[in-house]
Design a protein around this ligand. Structure first.
Ligand code: PLP
Length: 425
């Protein structure tokens, strides 16, 4: 379907055909949902061995009784697993409760209210964050909650547009943070290049002293391929630049074991970790160490983790392949849409022609297919070009992903032809 070379008559004929198909979908009373970036029940079942795994033995490797209070940093073996995921040393990692998002929120709360080895953000006049977009909506919600001004930065195939990032930070000391999802970025699925990682490690040389990179490595081990591209180690890059206090790292087992009851990790320099712990220790005596121990019995080391993630990949890959098959079959020889083929993570990011994302989501909703609201992947919910749609195929069955994608491609075509006709007439 080549819109640019099509006559008005051809466009009208396509529109009629697409409308007939749309009506057929409507008549099927579909109830499909591609909005939820969460593991399927089959994936969760992979970790059901957690249940009862301790068999009454609550002692961790160093003989700690995990049932009791204490151990703010988490048990040693869980910290070791977090360190392996994040490419850090055990003493640079804190293993906590089930949500890394909570740890990000806590880090921002502490930086805002008390300062993390620097001036509290609340004591300065303007607080701004750089927000590579499209990005993760919940990062943006944290900023909005704190009244932190969000500055969108373009995402490229190698990570955030670093020329833009560097020039903004150099010019403005009120920029206190940047959100980064460095591996299988949410939603574009790209991996930051070595050069991007190096340049991010250098930001601490020019940014305000109380600036922090929020390095959310949520998909660090979530590969769909056998030989994944490696992500450069940000801590090693920071040590080379002398900026190790400028980055705080996060990860969790949410999409490894049970999403609602896993372990979250925070990785940072010694001084950042000490500052974080000082405030954390006021609000908690310690994390759920019993759950940490259960995880360590199920996944005792990085090899066990890798084998476990391969089982996830076997379930996820057919769903991603289904999404990509439909996109390739319908849009590879025209300019109706652009996307990347991710080698891991949870999302496929689709860009329609400008001005159509909202209309595509509306059309899909009309026939019983829920898509992530257009704009959700941008700060303040505003996609300036109204073209990005995040597709999340992990939760539905392969059959449902297939049915959803049939509707999706028809909606994209219908919206695109309608727009072209409106311009042509
Ligand atoms: N960070 C990113 C980039 C995510 O996509 C998600 C979940 O979708 C999270 C964090 C949530 O992590 P957690 O479950 O550890 O709070």
């Amino acid at each position: 379907m080549q819109l640019n070379s099509a006559s008005k008559e051809q466009l009208s004929q396509w529109q009629e055909e697409l409308k007939v198909k749309h009506q057929q979908f409507k008549n099927q009373n579909l109830k499909l949902d591609l909005t939820r970036g969460k593991p399927s029940a089959q994936q969760l079942t992979l970790s059901d061995g957690l249940d009862g795994i301790l068999k009454g033995n609550y002692k961790s490797a160093d003989d700690t009784d995990t049932r009791n209070y204490g151990g703010l940093e988490g048990i040693a073996e869980a910290r070791q697993l977090g360190a392996a995921i994040l490419g850090l040393e055990q003493d640079q990692v804190l293993a906590g409760g089930s949500s890394s998002l909570t740890m990000m929120h806590q880090s921002i709360t502490f930086a805002y209210q008390f300062g993390l080895n620097g001036t509290a953000w609340k004591d300065e006049s303007d607080i701004k964050f750089l927000c590579p977009a499209p990005g993760y909506d919940r990062h943006f919600s944290i900023c909005e909650d704190f009244g932190i001004e969000m500055i969108p930065v373009a995402m490229t195939e190698t990570g955030p547009d670093m020329d833009q990032v560097e020039s903004l930070i150099k010019a403005d000391q009120s920029i206190k943070g940047i959100w980064c999802v460095p591996k299988y970025s949410n939603p574009t699925g790209i991996i930051y290049s070595d050069d991007t990682v190096k340049r991010i490690a250098k930001l601490g040389l020019v940014a305000a002293k109380n600036f922090r990179v929020f390095w959310d490595n949520a998909y660090a081990v979530h590969d769909l391929v056998d030989h994944p591209k490696p992500l450069a180690n940000i801590m090693a890059a920071c040590i080379a630049e002398g900026t190790e206090d400028s980055v705080i790292q996060f990860a969790s087992t949410s999409k490894i074991t049970h999403a609602g009851s896993g372990i979250a990790f925070l990785g940072a320099s010694k001084s950042n970790l000490a500052a974080f712990k000082k405030h954390l220790g006021i609000s908690s005596i310690g994390p759920d160490k019993v759950n940490q121990l259960r995880h360590m019995r199920l996944l005792p080391d990085i090899n066990a983790l890798t084998a476990h993630m391969q089982q996830h990949a076997a379930l996820l890959k057919p769903r991603f392949d289904t999404v990509l098959k439909h996109l390739e079959a319908n849009f590879s020889d025209n300019d109706l849409g652009e996307w990347q083929s991710p080698e891991g993570g949870y999302f496929v990011s689709f860009d329609s022609l400008p001005g159509l994302a909202k209309e595509i989501v509306r059309l899909a909703d009309e026939v019983g297919v829920k898509l992530t609201p257009a704009g959700a992947t941008f700060p303040y919910g505003k996609d300036p070009q109204d073209r990005n749609i995040r597709l999340s195929p992990s939760f539905p069955s392969v059959e449902d992903v297939d049915a959803t994608m049939q509707v999706f491609v028809n909606c994209v075509k219908l919206a695109s032809v309608g727009q072209k006709l409106a311009i042509t007439s």
